[in-house]
Design a protein around this ligand. Structure first.
Ligand code: ADP
Ligand code: MG
Length: 264
């Protein structure tokens, strides 16, 4: 039975999608059966795995159809050319769900209902959430067991993450009792920047120490290039610092998932 992890941060551009794609690919390469769910109308995770332009238009079903309850989730899942990795793609149409879902009685639980149907078929399901805290994002928070928060080392990151954690606590109290934060991962870290280090130290004092992953993701130009080639970093440039960092983060995540399975 898969551990379901949502990658969440209501701020855009903090490396949610980058983390989702590269962790998913690294876990797949480690021999896990992984499903990446694209829960963002921007479809960046879909494009980053090589489905863009015509291939995107040719998709029969997407996360939109699944979340609206119109097709079984397995019908929307497509194989990728990367080891162990399947994808539930998304397109701009998903934006309509944000409005249409409001009519649903269980509007925040639609994704959970669907994902439970395919949970047994994977070891890990990763949901790449959109930058918002609206109904779609709440579907992401309710469908998962754990969340990972990518965070940039900037002074104003703190407020957003504090707000997010408050919402996670609320969801946990009301509709997703077992929800826990798996960890916060610092992304786009520039260790040459002294201010980056100082901000990181300041941020760390605000949270329990064990909430942070040991792995920090460095700013790395190869990570920026990989999506336009439709490949995770470990395939695009396996020798890059970015590939190494995401492989280490994936191993940390795998260990935490294993500890969690033993608890179940
Ligand atoms: P989000 O999904 O949170 O909006 P993205 O994953 O799309 O963020 O990342 C935003 C931008 O930053 C993208 O252009 C991505 O390629 C770039 N990026 C992410 N992580 C890194 C990194 N470690 N080094 C360099 N560029 C990065
Ligand atoms: Mg994104």
């Amino acid at each position: 039975m898969a551990v379901i992890i949502s990658i969440v941060n209501q701020k855009g551009g903090v490396a949610k999608t980058t983390t989702a794609i590269n962790v998913a690919a690294a876990l797949g390469a480690m021999g896990k059966k992984v499903l990446l769910v694209d829960l963002d109308p921007q479809g960046n995770a879909t494009a980053g795995l090589g489905i863009s332009g015509g291939a995107k238009r040719d998709l029969e079903y997407t996360t939109y159809d699944v979340i609206m309850g119109e097709v079984r989730p397995a019908q929307a899942v497509v194989a990728t050319k990367f080891k162990g990795l399947s994808l539930m793609p998304s397109t701009q149409s998903l934006a309509e769900a944000e409005i249409k879902l409001l009519k649903f009685e269980n509007k925040n639980m639609q994704l959970k209902k669907a994902i439970l149907q395919i949970r047994d078929e994977y070891d890990i399901i990763i949901i790449d959430c959109l930058p918002s805290l609206g109904v779609l994002a709440l579907n992401g928070l309710n469908a998962c067991d754990r969340i990972i928060i990518p965070m940039q080392c900037e002074p104003y990151s703190l407020e957003g993450v504090a707000e997010l954690i408050a919402i996670v606590k609320r969801v946990k109290k009301s509709t997703n009792r077992n929800l826990q934060i798996m960890g916060i991962a610092f992304t786009m870290v520039d260790s040459k920047l002294k201010v980056n280090r100082e901000v990181m130290r300041a941020i760390k004092t605000k949270f329990p120490e064990d909430i942070f992953f040991n792995t920090e993701i460095p700013r790395n130009v190869k990570i920026t290039e990989a999506p336009s080639h439709g490949e995770p970093i470990m395939y695009y440039d396996p020798a890059s610092k970015g590939a190494d960092a995401y492989a280490r983060l994936a191993r940390e995540i795998a260990r935490k998932c294993k500890a969690m399975e033993e608890m179940l």
